[in-house]
Ligand binder design. Structure first.
Ligand SMILES: [Zn+2]
Length: 419
């Protein structure tokens, strides 16, 4: 193939071959919402009087979404520390958060990202916002990362378990800021929430006097449902359950019992939603991402993905860019994805400092399109850029540059696939 960007006949022929492959394999290109509606109407009319339906004009759309977190600016990291040490008031901390949120939203808009997040500026971490402020025991599960550092989960000390913050709280703050930015009030916002399976590890192994595991389980499922439903009701474009503990669970319990329990618990929550609602709910898997290191990249996707696609969600956000053998993972996805599921493949790697070029991203999307029907394909970043608030390993500029590459590269691929 020639230089990817050149409009020569060579690449065009390759593309036409690819399209032929996609179509012959039953992979119809997805139409835009409006065209699809018109197309379906025309098809139904034609079917009624026996004519062959007129082929609607096709435009390939490959949706692209962020995962969630953006590194916090230095002033917010310092303010979090100062607040924890009692040096500043809650009001002062909130001012830092609001300033960081506004800057994050403005920079997100500049990337051209069709869907944005709040960058989780106000969350202490992707996993612990529901318990922030509770009386906790620090002695929970230790999660070791490949570079030698660890994170330790907290343990609850009392019931009844109630989330201290919900996704909708963050979403409303984001919407309030968007309303002040001309013409951006309606920009789609995605809300990340933590999977109940992660929080299930916060119940102490020895139990809590007067608050049984069964009671905790019931509270947890109710609260996790409220977290998702509140975000849906507040107008989230998508609600994404972060399920980073899925893959690492196969390290903690190689027999897979823990993973089965996690999937079953998460499905208990997902089953409380209608199939239509589940099309706006997603689940994210990754090998962890903290201080430019991972905790479970060495766990073979082949052991994890079949169970992952058992989750009753409509959208699946997969770390993929940093996989060593992407084609074999894509083949696994093709094998296990179900008809009502869309997979968003990671095309940028938050762990590496080098910013991907849009052309690299485009080629990763084209590669994925060889395996995944276009109507079920989307792109995302491999993970959030700073799931923990104190993680300074990635500069904000790098995160936004990678997001811009994802957006541009995905658009380039969609144009190539629809040409
Ligand atoms: Zn992640």
């Amino acid at each position: 193939m020639g230089k990817p960007d050149e409009q020569t006949t060579g690449p065009a022929e390759v593309d036409s071959g690819r399209r032929h492959f996609l179509k012959s394999a039953g992979y119809a290109a997805v139409a835009t919402g409006a065209v699809a509606m018109g197309g379906l109407g025309a098809a139904a009319e034609a079917a009624a009087d026996g004519r062959r339906p007129k082929k609607p004009a096709e435009k390939v759309v490959v949706p692209t979404e962020p995962i969630g977190s953006i590194p916090r600016p230095a002033h917010l990291i310092q303010a979090n520390r100062d607040f924890a040490a009692g040096r500043i008031t809650r009001r002062e901390l909130d001012q830092h958060r609001e300033q960081a949120l506004r800057d994050t939203i403005e920079r997100f808009i500049e990337t051209g990202s069709p869907v944005i997040t709040d960058g989780e500026q106000s969350k202490p971490s992707f996993a612990t916002y529901p318990v922030a402020g509770l009386r906790l025991n620090p002695g929970g599960q230790v999660v070791p990362f490949a570079d030698g550092h660890t994170r330790q989960l907290p343990l609850l000390t009392e019931g009844d378990f109630r989330y201290q913050a919900h996704g909708a709280d963050y979403l409303r703050e984001t919407r309030a800021v968007l309303k002040t930015i001309r013409s951006k009030a309606e920009l789609p916002v995605k809300q990340a929430v933590i999977a109940p399976s992660m929080l299930s590890m916060f119940y102490p192994p020895l139990g809590i006097r007067g608050y049984s595991r069964a009671q905790f389980h019931e509270d947890l499922v109710n609260e996790a449902e409220a977290d998702v439903r509140g975000s849906l009701d507040a107008g989230a474009h998508k609600v994404q359950m972060d399920f980073t503990e899925g893959r690492v669970s196969l390290k903690l319990d190689p027999d897979g019992g823990m993973l089965r329990e996690f999937v079953s618990l998460n499905n208990e929550v997902l089953d409380r939603f209608t199939p239509e609602e589940r099309q706006r709910i997603g689940v994210h898997t990754c090998p962890g991402g903290d201080q430019d290191s991972t905790h479970s990249a060495d766990v073979d996707y082949a052991r994890f993905l079949p169970r992952f696609f058992d989750l009753h969600a409509g959208n699946f956000y997969l770390q993929m860019a940093s996989e060593r053998d992407r084609r074999s993972v894509l083949a696994l996805v093709r094998e296990h994805i179900k008809p009502n599921q869309r997979v968003f493949v990671g095309v940028t790697d938050p762990i590496t400092s080098r910013v991907e070029t849009p052309e690299e991203v485009r080629d990763r999307v084209l590669e994925a399109a060889e395996f995944i029907p276009l109507g079920q394909l989307g792109t995302c970043d491999d993970c959030g850029f700073a799931p923990f608030a104190d993680d300074k390993s990635t500069p904000r500029d790098t995160a936004f540059a990678k997001i811009r590459a994802r957006v541009l590269g995905t658009r380039m691929a969609a144009e190539r696939l629809g040409a």
